[in-house]
Structures are given as C-alpha cells and as structure tokens.
Design a protein around this ligand. Structure first.
Ligand SMILES: [Zn+2]
Length: 215
C-alpha cells in the first residue's frame, strides 16, 4: 500500500488525546495500521501529551501550541515501530475498518444517491460510517463540509482538486475546502467517509438529493 495522503497534524494530535469522534477515530486508526509514518507521529504525540499533562510548567495556549508540540515531535527520537505488526482484514485494510468490512462488498445493502453513485452504511449510532461506491468516470457532486470530514479509499481511486487518492490514502478536509472527486480507475472507487456534520452540497439538485437520501 503506497500512501501519499495523510490525516493532518491536528487530527493526529486530537486522535492521540482521545478527542476524536468514534467514526473519525475508526478512519484514523485504520490509516495508522497501514502508515508507519503516522503511527510514529501519533505515538510521539501521545508521549508528549502525557508529558504536557504531567509537566510542572503551565502551557501558554495563546500561542501556537500545535506548532510547538510538533516542533518537539520533529526534534524527537527516531520513529518507533510497534512490536506487533497490524493485522490486515478484508479489502486489504487493517483493523478496525478491515474487520468491519465484509469479504464481498456486494453483500452490503447499497442504494443509489446519484448517477453512478451508491452508498452503504456500516456500523451503528455515532460509530456509523458511510461507504460511497463511485462507478468509473463518475463524479461526486461538488460539495464542501459543515464540519470535519475524513475519507479513506478502500479500493479503486479518485482524483479531485487536491490530487489522486489510492487505497489507504486519507482526505482530511477542513470545512472551507470544496471538492469534486472523480472515480478514475477501471473499477468502482469505494471509499469510507466519516463526518461530524452533514455534507453541504453547492448545487440545488444535490441539495435536494441530500434532503431525500440524508447524506
Ligand atoms: Zn499516514
């Protein structure tokens, strides 16, 4: 798995501090299983977070705490690999997502949400994530986000304004980033999406669809 797109530093730090929602944590934890670089960053963030909490000096949060923390991470010890290799589940993805996904993706209940686009739901309650299945050459309607959205590619690939995303790659998008992913491989692009707020489509047709299908 050749990974080029990663969760951003703030997301990794929030994950390491236990502050990320269950659905977003599922994506980060799965990416960490496939990405030694982010795994090492998250491990160091946990160590530094613990050191900050137990430190005698109060931290000035008015300045860029994140910048200083990651400066310390960058200046720290070399990457540490966990002693046990992550277990890979279905679709070639590590746990937890690899354990949640079925062996046969066609066994999921997919329903259409647009031309060449189908959606399925995985998990329950606040742990639920959505799977989007985009036929080759099809595009997801242009949209931005009302909150934090993370997408990870399960199979196939897509290209948007940010770049090309392959299995294991994560798109970690701020609310002000609008994009339009286009499925660009010979097979369906299946990706998993976690949000902490509904997507905000910029056209009236997708908005109408959104109100009907609740994505
Ligand atoms: Zn990574």
């Amino acid at each position: 798995m050749m990974i080029r797109h990663h969760p951003n530093d703030a997301t990794l730090l929030t994950y390491a501090s236990g502050g990320l929602s269950t659905a977003l944590s599922t994506i980060v934890a799965t990416h960490l299983g496939a990405c030694p670089s982010c795994r090492a960053s998250a491990a160091r963030a946990e160590q530094i977070g613990g050191a900050l909490l137990s430190g005698v000096e109060p931290v000035d949060v008015a300045t860029s705490v994140l910048d200083r923390i990651f400066d310390r991470i960058d200046a720290g010890e070399p990457e540490q690999e966990p002693t046990t290799a992550p277990r890979f589940g279905h679709q070639g993805l590590p746990a937890p997502l690899g354990s949640l996904l079925p062996e046969d993706m066609d066994s999921l209940r997919w329903w259409p949400v647009g031309p060449g686009i189908r959606q399925a739901r995985l998990g329950e309650g606040e742990a639920a994530v959505r799977l989007l299945r985009i036929a080759p050459g099809r595009a997801v309607p242009h949209h931005s986000h009302g909150g934090h959205e993370m997408t990870m590619i399960v199979s196939g690939s897509y290209t948007d304004e940010i770049g090309r995303f392959l299995p294991g790659d994560v798109a970690d998008l701020d609310p002000d980033v609008a994009h339009q992913p286009v499925s660009d491989a010979a097979t369906d692009c299946i990706c998993v999406i976690a949000t902490d707020a509904p997507l905000e489509f910029t056209g009236w047709v997708p908005r109408l669809m959104q109100s009907l299908v609740r994505i």
